[in-house]
Ligand binder design. Structure first.
Ligand code: PA5
Length: 464
């Protein structure tokens, strides 16, 4: 069963009152999608949307598998240094496609595959704790950065490399480093060349948040035994459907158009992604970066646009966020991710027949409970006129995860066209970076320093 998107509960008619997308609005969406599809096709043809090619990139896949094979059986731990797109994809892959609590399992239960640790921040407490705990002599360090110069990742690299050299010596440390970075530009590439450090390429036309199906995601995944061919096969199958110019047959197009219309026509600026599977929780976190950094932009006419993505987890967030979704402002959509085929999993024992709060559960399963709760939440939202949709995948497996990655990436490209923004840059994060460089004394940041110094200083009247 391929991935399925049910958007009945987004539409007027099924939803009560004035809620939901009307036939006229849907017709507008279909018209705008035709143009968006053509724009994405043209951008891809001009060579700028490299993420579209990744599911079929056999050369990158083989290069990645060769590096992974080189380290098979030689390390117990893999430490990934990266941030943003360089960390969120690997985390999502590990959570979805390795057993729960992977790093806590013993060697036998990991079938000899290494643990995977991800440092995606520069909190000194986390880094010190990681270095204190890791068996550095048996650890492979992946430094992942498209630009090859991101301040957080570079700081981590300098610290971890020193610790690694302290543990295994200079020459051996070089052999225990792999860089994943741009093939030409950036400090990491230069260091790799100068010191003969193994490096894999992130294609120049693939940006960080669109890189999970490149060696950024595939290398750490392959190192811990994930079926990366299956991930790419799932992405390729999704690509075959999502390239269609017919909106009605294109799930990525439908997702993009629904969210865009909900935002533009119904004020649904907040867009929650709520998988009902612990293994998919980190896909929601990955989606947040993709959707937010791609679509939160200033348009050519000067107006600011962009939906606010919100990660949630079913059933856990039924006890945290669903109250807000039901009765708070009607400014949200909720997209559930359901997993089929779990009806038989996790049987609940029949006990306490005498107690109404317990007796009815006996004979059901956790898989059924989770899906019933999802359906109940979707139905309750619909009954209140709250827009929601459901993506169903056949299982939490490699093809489904590949398909979800691809679906959301292509939907983001379509949504960029619908919102009339460039989904592939992030100018809004530049100023903060420049200010940080200026305060750290990076050469070339003098202009930013002057701008920083001209900012208002903290005013005692407004402090408490
Ligand atoms: O999507 C993006 O380009 C960014 O969010 C990056 O993923 C993030 O800034 C990390 O950049 P890099 O991979 O260059 O270190």
């Amino acid at each position: 069963m391929p991935l399925r998107l049910d958007f009945t509960n987004m539409m007027a008619g099924p939803l009560p009152g004035a809620a939901g997308i009307t036939a006229d609005q849907w017709a507008l969406g279909a018209k705008r999608f035709t143009a968006a599809h053509e724009a994405v096709r043209a951008r891809h043809a001009s060579g700028t949307l490299g993420f579209i090619d990744l599911p079929h990139d056999q050369v990158a896949l083989e290069a990645t598998l060769a590096v992974a094979a080189q380290f098979r059986g030689t390390v117990t731990d893999v430490l990934l240094l990266g941030i943003g797109g360089s960390a969120l994809g690997p985390l999502a892959l590990r959570a979805a496609l390795r057993p729960p609590h992977w790093n806590e399992l013993d060697d036998a239960r990991r079938e000899g595959w290494p643990r995977l640790h991800v440092l995606d921040n520069v909190d000194p407490a986390s880094i010190a704790a990681m270095l204190a705990r890791l068996p550095l002599a048996h650890t492979l360090v992946l430094v992942v950065s498209k630009s090859g110069g991101t301040v957080e990742t570079m700081a981590q690299y300098l610290i971890v490399r020193e610790a690694l050299e302290g543990a295994v010596g200079e020459a051996r440390a070089r052999e225990r480093l792999v860089f994943v970075t741009d093939p030409e530009v950036g400090a990491l590439r230069a260091v790799a060349r100068a010191e003969g450090i193994v490096a894999l390429d992130i294609p120049p036309n693939v940006g960080g948040r669109f890189s999970v199906l490149s060696p950024v995601g595939l290398l750490p995944a392959a190192l811990i035994g994930i079926d990366v061919r299956g991930v790419l096969a799932g992405a390729a199958a999704c690509a075959a459907r999502c390239g269609s110019p017919e909106l009605a047959t294109n799930p990525a197009g439908v997702f993009a158009v629904l969210q865009w219309l909900a935002d533009r026509e119904h004020g649904a600026h907040v867009q929650a992604l709520m998988p009902y599977a612990d293994g998919l929780r980190d896909i929601a976190a990955w989606f947040v970066q993709l959707w937010a950094e791609s679509l939160g932009k200033i348009r050519p006419d000067g107006t600011s646009v962009g939906p606010t993505p919100l990660p949630a987890l079913g059933a856990t967030d039924q006890h945290a966020q669903v109250q807000l979704f039901m009765e708070g402002p009607a400014d949200k959509t909720v997209t559930f991710i359901a997993v089929a085929g779990r009806e038989e999993q996790g049987s609940i024992p029949a006990r306490h027949a005498e107690r109404p709060e317990l007796g009815y559960l006996g004979g059901h399963t956790l898989g059924r409970l989770l899906e019933i709760e999802r359906q109940a939440t979707a139905g309750a939202l619909a009954a209140r006129g709250r827009m929601n949709a459901t993506i169903t995948v056949p299982a939490v497996d490699a093809p489904s995860v590949g398909a979800l990655f691809y679906l959301f990436e292509l939907a983001t490209a379509y949504a960029g066209e619908l919102y009339e923004v460039n989904a592939f840059d992030q100018p809004g994060v530049e100023l903060g970076k420049q200010f940080a460089y200026a305060m750290l004394g990076r050469p070339g940041s003098e202009a930013a320093r002057a701008q920083w110094d001209a900012l208002p200083s903290p005013d005692p009247r407004w402090q408490v």
